[in-house]
Design a protein around this ligand. Structure first.
Ligand SMILES: C[S@@+](CC[C@H](N)C(=O)[O-])C[C@H]1O[C@@H](n2cnc3c(N)ncnc32)[C@H](O)[C@@H]1O
Length: 219
């Protein structure tokens, strides 16, 4: 995955912006939903946040508070650093987070969780929970043109090809998978879930106050 994202870094934002290789993609409602997602993230209370796998900082720039942005790719971090000059940048492995327990108020991660296969997923969640009492996950919404879990061949502008593992989420299922939480965004393209330590295990019994928000949010 490192080589793929390092190579993709200069063209990564084309995906958000609908330019370059994405110019011809038919993505109804995409631009509006990107703006809606950005509004949702900007409305989160300011917090001491670790943005795990920040990429180019496209979403990072909208988080409020004291932001630390971590990625394993130097080229991604270089772009993020230009864009979010107030953030502290850390080059590191998202699966080996060397921060003290509770050193942040929130762990945020965008479009990273969907690339993790089961055992690694557990490892990431364990570390995120240790580092902060709140986890916000933004990722891809389930769609008819994709299986909920698949291997994809991705071709970059220079013709290089990479096999990438990817999942697509129903927002309520993602909240349950995180152990409970509140759906912040449930769109055609993206989902966003906030899961706090106090939510953990509660939604499984159906007693969580957030269950109501989960079922109805954003639809
Ligand atoms: C799909 S991009 C997401 C970027 C950004 N968070 C966003 O939502 O646009 C995935 C990012 O994860 C980073 N990444 C992948 N595996 C990683 C790992 N083990 N540790 C740190 N970063 C990783 C990649 O370098 C890439 O920047």
């Amino acid at each position: 995955m490192k080589e793929y994202y390092d190579t993709r870094a200069p063209e990564y934002d084309d995906w958000y912006l609908g330019v370059g290789a994405f110019t011809e993609r038919n993505r109804p409602g995409w631009d509006e939903e990107v703006r809606e997602l950005i509004r949702t993230l900007g409305a989160l209370p300011a917090a001491r946040t670790l943005d795990v796998a920040c990429g180019t900082g496209f979403l990072t720039q909208h988080l409020r508070g004291d932001i630390t942005a971590l990625d394993q790719s130097e080229r991604m971090l270089a772009i993020a650093g230009e864009r979010v000059q107030s953030a502290t940048l850390v080059q590191g492995d998202a699966l080996d987070l060397e921060f003290r327990a509770n050193s942040f108020e929130r762990v945020f991660t965008g479009h990273f969780y969907s690339h993790l296969q089961a055992p690694v997923r557990e490892r990431f969640l364990g570390q995120a929970r240790r580092i902060a009492p709140e986890l916000v996950v933004v990722d891809a919404a389930s769609r008819p043109d994709h299986e909920c879990e698949e291997w994809q061949t991705r071709v970059l502008n220079d013709g290089s090809r990479f096999e990438v593992y990817k999942r697509y989420f129903d927002p309520a299922d993602l909240a349950r998978e995180l152990g409970g939480g509140t759906v912040l965004h449930a769109g055609s393209w993206f989902v966003a879930v906030r899961s706090r330590r106090e939510d953990l295990g509660v939604s499984a019994t159906g007693r969580s106050p957030s269950t109501t928000a989960l079922d109805g949010a954003g639809r």
